[in-house]
Design a protein. Sequence first.
Length: 217
Amino acid sequence: MTTYCNTIINGNCTQILPQVPTGSVDFILTDFPYVNRYTSRDGRVIQSDNFAWLKPSFSEMHRVLKPDAFCVCFYGWAHIAKLATAFRAAGFRPVGHFVFPKRWTSGTRFVRYQHEVAYLLAKGEPKEPAYPIGDVIEFADYTGNKLHPSQKPVTILLPLIEAFSAPGSLVLDPFAGSGSTLLAAKMTGRNYLGIELDAKYHAIASQRLHAEQVSRN
């Protein structure tokens, strides 16, 4: 029997999520591969960097999430129409929006790109928090994308997990990358379930989670 708690699975989330029990996840926090045919400056690519996963993954995310619960997903502004169509079809509705301003420029075209964004999505009618967090969270720690081409710092994920889940609950990241969401969940006393397609990044995430466990012992 597969254990879906405090583990990261190497596989395709559209194939793994159907095996996860319905209504078993308390909170979802994920960073999708939202730039089509993405290649980093040093030539790294992200597997399945297209949109075939979009509708089936959102449908499964909605199914495994408990009633009246939240999902936070980072996204790329250029593909908002595809994203909104997929999450609305699955049954999610937007109830908030986060902006993460940076102190540096991550790219330049018609403008200089100096922030990232994420939606707060709701399944059902979750209770409003007693002390809501602000919707602007500074992207203060620069990771250098050393572990993953779109690596997020743990520091911007911690307040999201603390605000929208309780200690001991289960946090899911179906696009786990280098494991930052899972690490943040572990650091805040939550359980975690991660899915990562690329074996290289799965290994990196596993190593980070193991190192965190060792540091606590």
